[in-house]
Write a new protein. Structure first.
Length: 192
């Protein structure tokens, strides 16, 4: 009887340890998923806004970045502002890491972190619209993924260049998202 109790206690301890390891891993994945979900919600909340979005009360730019902002002094677009929008959304959600590497260029997001080929919610998606250029010239945020399809929200895209949503039939790097935007890769934000 004593031996059975000891074996049962050992089994419980092993189960407890295994459960702890799973829980720790689960917490990390849950935190990453939670950050991505918050980023997606913030981005989608700006749909239809222009460069002086925020209900006309401000400019998109990520504080702590080298971005100059999307809204000019006269209340119109200051410059191509897709990077300002993504930087602002990340900043609003407490993204840390190398935010100081971000500037007004979409290609600066490749300097924030390592590019990869499997998108996660909240990731920056980088595009190259001009095949002669080696620099990425558009960036948006992944807000949804279903199978091989992804949905992105970005600033300064579409017509008339507001915050808009697009769904692409494939997320594969090197594919043409819409015939004019070649997907370069994805960059995952880090919680601050």
């Amino acid at each position: 009887m004593r031996k059975l109790t000891s074996l049962a206690a050992r089994g419980a301890a092993i189960t407890l340890l295994a459960g702890s390891a799973i829980t720790v891993t689960g917490v990390g994945n849950a935190q990453a998923a939670s950050l991505g979900a918050k980023i997606a919600t913030t981005a989608e909340g700006q749909l239809g806004a222009g460069p002086c979005g925020l209900n006309g009360k401000g400019s998109y730019w990520g504080r702590g970045t080298a971005q100059t902002g999307s809204c000019g002094r006269n209340g119109t677009e200051a410059h191509a502002w897709c990077a300002d929008f993504v930087g602002w959304v990340w900043w609003k959600n407490g993204v840390g890491g190398k935010m100081s590497k971000l500037n007004d260029l979409a290609s600066s997001f490749a300097k924030y972190g390592t590019m990869h080929s499997t998108p996660k919610i909240g990731d920056a998606i980088l595009y190259n619209q001009h095949t002669a250029s080696v620099e990425d010239d558009h960036v948006a945020i992944v807000v949804g993924r279903s199978g091989s399809k992804i949905t992105v929200v970005g600033g300064n895209q579409g017509s008339p260049g507001d915050v808009s949503s697009r769904t692409w039939s494939t997320y594969k790097v090197g594919s043409w998202a819409n015939g004019s935007q070649k997907i370069s890769g994805y960059v995952t934000p880090v919680a601050g």
